[in-house]
Design a protein. Structure first.
Length: 191
C-alpha cells in the first residue's frame, strides 16, 4: 500500500488530479475538507465541541451550521480562528488516520489545502499540485464566481509556491492538459 499527501493552493486543480487517481488507479480518496464537514454535522463531535466553545449565533433553526455566517464571525476574529482550529484540526486528523488505517486500496490519497508537517510521517510521499496564477484565477472565477480581488485575497493567505515545493516529493503541473497531467501521474507512480 502507498499513501500520498496531496497539497496545493486554491484553484490548482487538486480535484482534477484526485478524479484521475480515483478513476484510473482505483485510489482511495480522503479529502480533509469533506471530513471536517462531516464532523460539523448536527450531533457529531465537531459540531458539539464548536457550539460548546463558540455559541449558537451561527446555527440555523434546524441546528445545522450556517457556514457563511460562521465564516464571517470566525475569520474576523483571530482568537476565534485559533479556537476553531484547535477543536477541528485534531478531530479531522484523527478521522483521517482511522480512514487510512482501514483503507483496502493499494493507493490512498489524502488531500488537504494546508500542509501539516506533524502528519508528514504518516505518508510515503507528498505531491504538490501546481498551476500558474492565471490558470488558477481563471478556474476560480469561472467555477466559483469569485472576483479577481477575492481570488487574490484567498491566494495571499495560502502558502507560496516555494513553500509547497520545499515540502513536496513530486510536483504535478496542472496548468496544461488533462493528458499531460495523466502522463505526469503515470511517471510518478512508476517510480
Amino acid at each position: 500500500m502507498k499513501s500520498v499527501y496531496l497539497i496545493g493552493g486554491v484553484g490548482a486543480g487538486k480535484s482534477t488530479v484526485l478524479d484521475i487517481l480515483k478513476k484510473d488507479y482505483g485510489a482511495g480518496i480522503i479529502q480533509a475538507d469533506e471530513v471536517a464537514r462531516e464532523l460539523m454535522q448536527p450531533g457529531k463531535i465537531g459540531h458539539r465541541q464548536v457550539v460548546a466553545a463558540m455559541g449558537t449565533t451561527f446555527l440555523r433553526p434546524d441546528g445545522s451550521i450556517d457556514r457563511q455566517k460562521m465564516a464571517e464571525e470566525v475569520f474576523s476574529n483571530r482568537d476565534a480562528i485559533g479556537m476553531m482550529n484547535a477543536i477541528i484540526h485534531p478531530l479531522v486528523w484523527d478521522r483521517i488516520r482511522f480512514m487510512m488505517d482501514h483503507s483496502d486500496r493499494e493507493l490512498t490519497v489524502v488531500e488537504a489545502a494546508i500542509y501539516d508537517a506533524p502528519h508528514r510521517p504518516w505518508f510515503d510521499e507528498v505531491w504538490y499540485v501546481y498551476a500558474d496564477i492565471s490558470t488558477r484565477l481563471h478556474r476560480l472565477m469561472e467555477s466559483r464566481g469569485y472576483s479577481d480581488e477575492k481570488c487574490h485575497e484567498i491566494m495571499s493567505n495560502q502558502r507560496s509556491d516555494a513553500d509547497f515545493r520545499r515540502v513536496a516529493d513530486h510536483v504535478i503541473d496542472n496548468s496544461t492538459t488533462l493528458d499531460d497531467v495523466r502522463r505526469q501521474l503515470e511517471e510518478i507512480l512508476e517510480t
